[in-house]
Design a protein around this ligand. Sequence first.
Ligand code: GDP
Length: 217
Amino acid sequence: MGPEISDDDPEAIDYGRWLFTQPCDFVIGCASLSQVPETSLPEIAFAGRSNVGKSSLINALVGQNALARTSNTPGRTQQVNFFELGKRLMMADLPGYGYAKAPKDLVRQWTGLVNSYLKGRVQLRRTCVLIDARHGLKESDEVIMSMLDKAAQPYQIVLTKADKIKDSALQKLIETTQTAIAKHVASHPVIMPTSSRKGLGITELRASLAAFARPLE
Ligand code: GDP
């Protein structure tokens, strides 16, 4: 399942901090698998419902304001956006899901694109499934978690907008989410609370994701 990371390991924290200050460049936006970049770099992916705070989180991780943008609005072409970090780690921003009024065609397109990506991407090491701390797991999150299980792609839950709820509610949400994901075979048990707005959990998430990067020579 990849390296085990301790959030309070000072070396991991330092490496994460260093890696995420390296240049991060947009590589390509892919609407179909044929366009997905061929690369041997280890990859991490980000998935989540539309409006979960995915762009904000990616921007917070790399310390840039406008790298990832919310562009996956209904009706627009859905894409997987690739970013290369410090020539050591590829980051794939998967199209958002869970629009209440999404037309069937759009859902089909999303499912086809994401499924083919998950099934074919051998260098993918970890997917972060982002969950809005105010809402918890929704049915559409269960859908992507099942897709990840079936594709045998390991993933972890990252809670977003943790600043929006009280600490006690956050603790409770972590516990109920842990119970809910236990039945998912490819899920990692550690649930990370974050707030892009307040900078909460960003250092820890950087450290955990940096562990998948191509090692320094
Ligand atoms: P995306 O559609 O998943 O890429 O979501 P965005 O990053 O565009 O964020 C959606 C909305 O949530 C925006 O209005 C953001 O300002 C807000 N948002 C994102 N992250 C946070 C956070 O950590 N705390 C709070 N309070 N709001 C956030």
